[in-house]
Ligand binder design. Structure first.
Ligand code: NAD
Ligand code: UDP
Length: 314
């Protein structure tokens, strides 16, 4: 039995990861400061004797004897990470330093949840891991993008200087149950608006694209990455390469919900990437032929069912 620390474990992705790791027979320490996460997401795990909950902020050092660390703590939606940008960059940078320091001291393997945002508004398409990105260092997304880029640098330097056993994954837009309904991200926004019969807020002309991955596919890729041999550290893209425009996403959600909501067009936020699609050949080659298996329609149907079940929806 391995003891595994999941920072940001009460968040959307973290809660699915904790559940999966417990199912695999591990002991899990879920660390969170509940900025965007919620105890609701992990309520069903609390009675498990191998599950431990710790209220802690990763910007402060933390010590525990663990075998593996998944470092997910960081707000991920633009609304939340722009709420307190200094805190966001501190979370990524100081959080990485604290968790890498812990990994070094206890000789744990550590995985960083990095992001497709390190590619910024990409000038090559689809994005491959060797692309250095097109990121504005002083814009409204910089606290997140540059924080995550710096965290990658720290991971690589702890690896080369201190031989820490690291793994870096770059996650592309992921959705599914346990997303915060007030998260502000496009999938949760459109679903909540459709279910409430409110206008669907398309930013810009809606022709910008994203590639949406269902959370189960991500958790599968993440756990496979953690199990790779020491010499494969990444970074590796984990995402679904099928690309959709925001207009197509809205159309899909309206069809599945049967909602009569109308589309309205709001201004496009500053530095909003125009397109995003992962090249997943590295993940396929290195992670036992990993590729996403949940199609958008199936994933959206499950996610809509989850949001429909929330008591505070109407
Ligand atoms: P989320 O906001 O639901 O989860 C983040 C969790 O981290 C929350 O539980 C939050 O309370 C916690 N947290 C935030 N700051 C903290 C701090 N200082 N100390 C301790 N805990 C803190 O977001 P998510 O979508 O589950 O994202 C999880 C990770 O995956 C993040 O690191 C994010 O950058 C990365 N990621 C997510 C996506 C996506 O599409 N969901 C894409 C790329 C990368
Ligand atoms: N978006 C939108 N309406 C919304 C929320 C987001 O059209 O209510 C757009 C946003 O401008 C972006 C895309 O959807 O082009 C994805 O946004 P999200 O915040 O989910 O993720 P990110 O921009 O970080 O990929």
């Amino acid at each position: 039995m391995k003891r595994i620390l999941v920072t940001g474990g009460a968040g959307f992705i973290g809660s699915h990861l904790c559940e999966r790791l417990l199912k695999e027979g591990n002991e899990v320490i879920c660390l969170d400061n509940y900025f965007t996460g919620s105890k609701q997401n992990i309520l069903h795990l609390i009675d498990n004797p191998y599950f431990e909950l710790v209220r802690h902020d990763v910007t402060e050092p933390y010590f525990a004897e663990v075998d593996k660390i998944y470092n997910l703590a960081c707000p991920a939606s633009p609304i939340h990470y722009q709420f307190n940008p200094i805190k966001t960059i501190k979370t990524s940078v100081m959080g990485a330093i604290n968790m890498l320091g812990l990994a070094k001291r206890v000789n744990a393997k550590i995985l960083q949840a990095s992001t497709s945002e390190v590619y910024g508004d990409p000038l090559i398409h689809p994005q491959i891991e060797s692309y250095w990105g097109n990121v504005n260092p002083i814009g409204i997304r910089s606290c997140y993008d540059e924080g995550k880029r710096c965290a990658e640098t720290l991971f690589m330097d702890y690896h080369s200087q201190n031989n820490v056993n690291i793994k870096i994954i770059r996650i592309f837009n992921t959705y599914g149950p346990n997303m915060n309904p007030n998260d502000g991200r496009v999938v949760s926004n459109f679903i909540m608006q459709a279910l409430k019969g409110e206008d669907i807020t398309i930013f810009g002309d809606g022709k910008q694209t994203r590639s949406f991955q269902y959370v189960d596919d991500l958790v599968e890729g993440m756990t496979r990455m953690m199990k790779t041999k020491k010499d494969f550290i990444g970074p590796v893209n984990i995402g679904n390469p099928i690309e959709f425009s925001m207009l197509e996403l809205a159309e899909n959600i309206l069809n599945i919900t049967g909602s009569k909501s109308k589309l309205i067009f709001n201004p496009l936020p500053q530095d909003d990437p125009k397109q995003r699609q992962p090249d997943i050949s590295l993940a396929y080659n290195k992670l036992d032929s990993w590729k996403p298996v949940v199609e958008l329609h199936e994933g959206l149907t499950k996610t809509i069912k989850y949001f429909n079940g929330l008591t505070n929806i109407r």
